[in-house]
Structure formats: C-alpha cells, structure tokens
Ligand binder design. Structure first.
Ligand code: ATP
Length: 370
C-alpha cells in the first residue's frame, strides 16, 4: 500500500509551515530547482552520495544548498525519513531520484513530496502511458506487435532503458533481427519523421484564473486548475544528431555504424504560434484524463512534459509523457520565451517553489503534495 492522503496530512500536522525546507537529490534538474527555491525564499537541502557532488555545487553559489544530507547509498534515504520530517523537508522529485531509489521505494518514501506520486505508476509503464495519452486525444506512434510486420522504419525501445540508451532503428525485419537483443523486453514503434519538441507544462490545481482545464467524466463541468506553458526544448542525442555528417545511411552501414539516441544535452526551441492551440488541447486532455485514470485519482499536480514529434503535415505525435520536472527545462533557469511573458525569470524549478509558497499561504499544502 502506498502513501495515503491521510498519511500526508498526519506528517504535515507536525510541520511548521513557516519553516519549510526544499530538498532535492543533487542531480538532473537540481541546480534549477535549488535556484528557484532560493529565489522564492526557501531554505534548501541537497541530498547526495559522494563528496564530488558537493564540490560541484560549490561552483554554483546561486544554487548551493543551505544544508547537505550526505549518504553512502541513495537507498539510505529510507532511513532518514524521520530526520527529513523533523527538518520540515518537502522533496522535489525528478528523474534521477526515481531512478536511484526505484519507482517502488520512491512511491513509499515517508516524506512529503511535491506532485502526485501515484501518477508515476502510469508514467513508468509504456503501455499505461499509451492508453492515457490516446484517451486524452493524443496521437501516439503506431506500435508494431509482430516484428515480421515491419514494412517501414521503426524504432525499437527496450523496457526500462533511460535516455534512449540501446534503442535502434530498423528498416525491415532483417534489420530488426540483426540488431535486437532478445534477452530484454522491447516495444517496436513506427519511426515518426519530423521535428521533436518537448513541451514543458505546469498544472496548478490551486489557481482559479488563466487557461483553466475543464473536467470530464467524474469532474464534468468543473474547472480543475490552471495550465501554463513554461518552456520547450529539443534534446541533443548522441550520435544520431551528428550522424548525417558521415554520409548516407548506406555509407554508415558499410562502416558498421548504427545511430544511437543517448541524451547528452538540451537546446531551447519555440513552436510556430499557429501550433500552440493544438499543444494546449493535447496538454489539457492529458490533465483532464489524469483525474480519470482510476477511481478517486488525484490527477496531475505541477510540472509535466509532452514529448512530441511534429510532422510535415503539422500534426503532433506524442511519444512519451513525463509527469514531473524534466531535465529539458534546464536551459530556462532565468525564464523562457513563454514563461517570461507572464513573469520574467520564472523557471519550472522556481514555479514549483512558488506553488508551494502559495499553498503555504492558503493552508493547502495537502493539495499539492503526496
Ligand atoms: P526518457 O525516459 O529519458 O524520456 P526514453 O529512454 O524513454 O527517454 P524516448 O524519449 O522514448 O526514450 O526516446 C528517445 C529518443 O528516441 C527520442 O528523443 C527521439 O529522438 C527518439 N524517438 C523516440 N520515439 C520515436 C519515434 N516513435 N519516432 C522517431 N523517433 C523517436
């Protein structure tokens, strides 16, 4: 059994709301999160394994945590739950925390955490994600169940692979057989040709103004909260992004080279404005459906990202959703072309801290934490 809303309320009853400390594992988007938390006036805690991490953060005084919790192993975080609660810590989860702890341990960590931890169960299964996205009105890449049906380029993704590691493109069944590692579970997806846009949104269930998400089914007719577009990035992926420099795919094959999709960095992008209504429609559908994923679902809270490819027909294909802050928001520590329109210098990390600050003011922390 995971953390219940009653557990959360019990922990919060022992918290001093005027002394909340933002805690984060020093990796992924932590420089941004710590920077944003400091800007919003919070005390901060860095959690790390290994002194080199701490040294690295000394290179960025604007993000350096007020305190450190140094561990021998990230699993030891489980033994620090009482200490963290005594310190009034609210943990901001990101991809590395979930990876280091494992989704199961993370879901049971007995410390107040920003966002809805339950939703990560939907996010961490490719099949569940696909159902959620399609119910929400997103078109996802076609899935090929039988490799013998491959009749156009496909991308083969291994279960649990992170950051595109080990993925490969197959042009036909022969290609697939030559490259596949049958020891691992995999999914075969249509390779969508187009430009990638990673759309970083923020859903604030406490805000009653702005672009309100309309509830459906069990919440029909209700405004659920405000949807904001924070920023957009495209990933730099090694080596596929530089592959073309060596010649045609046939030349590369002759050199026994295959493209790989390992994320090495991120670049800011903006979408042509005429595509924004569709981007918002997709994100609104995803949020509205997050409240229908199961009986009594708490829905999306905070940052999420739609990973999309826009085709030359100007259609979006959504190939993944992350229901938390993504590292692609890191180019925007000082704001983006979108967030700056509303308030300059607003990163996703700072937006999270702002959401917590507002919830403290209105005594609604239990609505944005889990
Ligand atoms: P993460 O969990 O870090 O987001 P991941 O390991 O789940 O990454 P994906 O994001 O699914 O991997 O895919 C990695 C990369 O592969 C994408 O950034 C994109 O370049 C490419 N890619 C994924 N799916 C498709 C697709 N259907 N068509 C074309 N390219 C794709």
């Amino acid at each position: 059994m995971g953390i219940t809303e009653a557990d959360l309320r019990w922990w919060l009853s022992g918290y001093n709301p005027n002394n909340i400390m933002i805690g984060v594992v020093a990796s992924h988007s932590a420089l941004q999160i710590l920077h944003g938390a400091k800007k919003e006036g919070f005390k901060t805690l860095g959690i790390a394994v290994g002194a080199d991490k701490r040294r690295l953060y000394s290179a960025f005084p604007g993000s350096e945590p007020d305190e450190w919790l140094m561990l021998d192993d990230y699993q030891d975080l489980k033994n620090q739950e009482d200490w963290l609660k005594k310190k009034n810590v609210v943990i901001i989860p990101h991809g590395s925390l979930v990876e280091y702890l494992g989704a199961d341990t993370f879901s049971k960590l007995e410390v107040p955490t920003f966002g809805n931890r339950e939703i990560l169960r939907w996010e961490s299964s490719r099949e569940k994600q696909r159902i959620w996205l399609e119910d929400a009105g997103c078109t996802t890449p076609k899935v090929i169940r039988d490799p013998r049906d491959i009749d156009s380029p496909v991308i083969v993704k291994y279960a649990g692979a992170k950051g595109g590691r080990g993925y490969f493109i197959a042009r036909d069944y022969r290609d697939f057989r030559r490259n596949v590692n049958l020891d691992h579970e995999f999914t075969i997806q249509e390779y969508v040709l187009g430009c990638r846009y990673y759309l970083h949104f923020f859903f604030d269930p406490l805000a009653e103004d702005g672009y309100q998400v309309h509830g459906i089914k069990s919440h029909a007719g209700r405004n659920l909260g405000r949807l904001e577009l924070m920023s957009m990035d495209r990933r730099d992926e090694s080596n596929v992004d530089e592959f073309y420099k060596l010649g045609s795919l046939r030349d590369l094959r002759e050199m026994s080279l295959e493209p790989s999709f390992v994320v090495t960095g991120n670049m800011p992008v903006v979408l042509r404005e005429s595509l924004l209504p569709e981007a918002f429609r997709l994100a609104e559908g995803v949020v509205a459906h997050s409240f229908e994923l199961e009986e009594g679902a708490r829905g999306m809270i905070g940052a999420f990202c739609l990973e999309t490819i826009v085709t030359d027909k100007l259609e979006f294909r959504v190939f993944e959703i992350s229901a938390r802050i993504v590292a692609g928001s890191n180019p925007f520590v000082s704001g983006s072309s979108y967030s700056d329109i509303n308030e300059s210098g607003m990163s996703t990390g700072r937006r999270i801290a702002r959401c917590i600050k507002k919830a403290i003011e209105t005594s609604e922390l239990d609505r944005i934490l889990s």
